[in-house]
Ligand binder design. Sequence first.
Ligand SMILES: [Zn+2]
Length: 496
Amino acid sequence: VEHAISPERLEELMQLAVHVAGESVAEDERAHPKVGAVLASPSGDVLLQCHRGEIPGAHAEFRLLETARERGIDTRDCVLFATLEPCTQRGSGKIPCAQRIAAAHLAAIYIGTLDPNPNITGRGELYLSYSMEVGRFPSGLARELMRMNGAFFAQHAAAHAPAVSPYASRGPELNLVFPKPRLSNDRNELLQQTLDLVSGDGGDIWVRAGDLSWWREAQITFLEARLNGRRVRISTSTSNPEDPAFREVRTAAAAIGAVVVDQPPNSNRIRGTMISPGTDRSAMVVIDERSRILLRAPDDQGLLRLLYEELAGQLDDEAVTGSVERDPELEPLTERQVVEALRRNVPQYAGAEIAYHEVETEPLRPLTRHLERFKVFRAARLEALQLSHPVAADAARIVGSPWPITPPVVEMHGNDSIVIDGTHRAFMHHRRSIDRMRTIVVTGVEAPLPARPLAGWQDVEVYNTKLPRERRYDNYTEANFRPIRKAFATLAGLLA
Ligand SMILES: [Zn+2]
């Protein structure tokens, strides 16, 4: 880094920027973010500070650079502290702040939070990194900013920011000019494509399913949809309605506030997920015995209409009359409850010290070498949900669901921090350069690890399919496996 500002002084300047942001004035009734910008000299003296709306509608960074120009301040090698990622697009005729900042020849910029608008998210940061050092505020200050701008973040919480390309593995076909999305036969990929379709839309969701065996993996995406007021209706058809596994997923689906209707065995020959049913932006992942296709309006309008009519017989207002789409209930779990669940149910943790801590993401050492693409996507959706619904921020149970929301688990062995559970989330943080993460940290574990830890994130690869354990781990020993998932399941407290 070109500047000579101490870490302590950096943090003071970040705090000042957050304070300045608090003075912002909105130009109209819409949810605008409060933004503060502070310009410091290469040695850390405050040269200028600005907030949004000093001139109605003016972005803080724009105003700050204009003022610097008016006062003849040389911005070369200065350091900028901006509480929100600088914009990369503006109305016609206006120059985005990121472009202005790049032209100011700064040494570094520190950014409070990324812009939640998916058209900007990450782009401002990436663009600026071509011409200067880019850093982030510590996560405590970032959270303060998210709280300060709650309505602004909430407005974009359901926005579609897929962590991965939905059709990533299609290879050479991507070179086609207008590739027709063709769906995978692989279970994981099909699930990914379905969840991507659901989270990319804001309308109602109709699902025609068999035994709903994939529901656990889809829970977060559908919960997010329900929390955003979208109606979810599911029709099931299974040959064994009394199967305990089916009862469990059916109950879990009802827990997020979906209306679930059961059809006789073998009645749902064509299955799939339809979004915005009956509208001109409808789309459906269609799965029948031979093929999997994605139908999208307007091209497939005719076929979608036919399928809509067939599904409507099971799922429209008249068909589900008397069933109420109730709101899902999230109940926060205390640190004590989460810690106790682990202490009691993970034999290796009987004498360990267990507590919530924020850990650094970069030095974490994963155990598993292969991650699943759709689970990285799911981790991003969970983060979106936690930003928009603070009740789920650390740990929460979804009343009626056997699968609670819990933080990742990290074990300390000497100076090494090793991810035991929640590797996909930790990886997602790493990939998005989020430097700290709230986790459950376990210290003083005497038992050997279930596998040899990897050196770092560079050893991790993302696959579309799930690979067998022997390929995911080095030196895996079943006897040392920590039953974390089972321990967390006791938190649901429902199946009794
Ligand atoms: Zn701007």
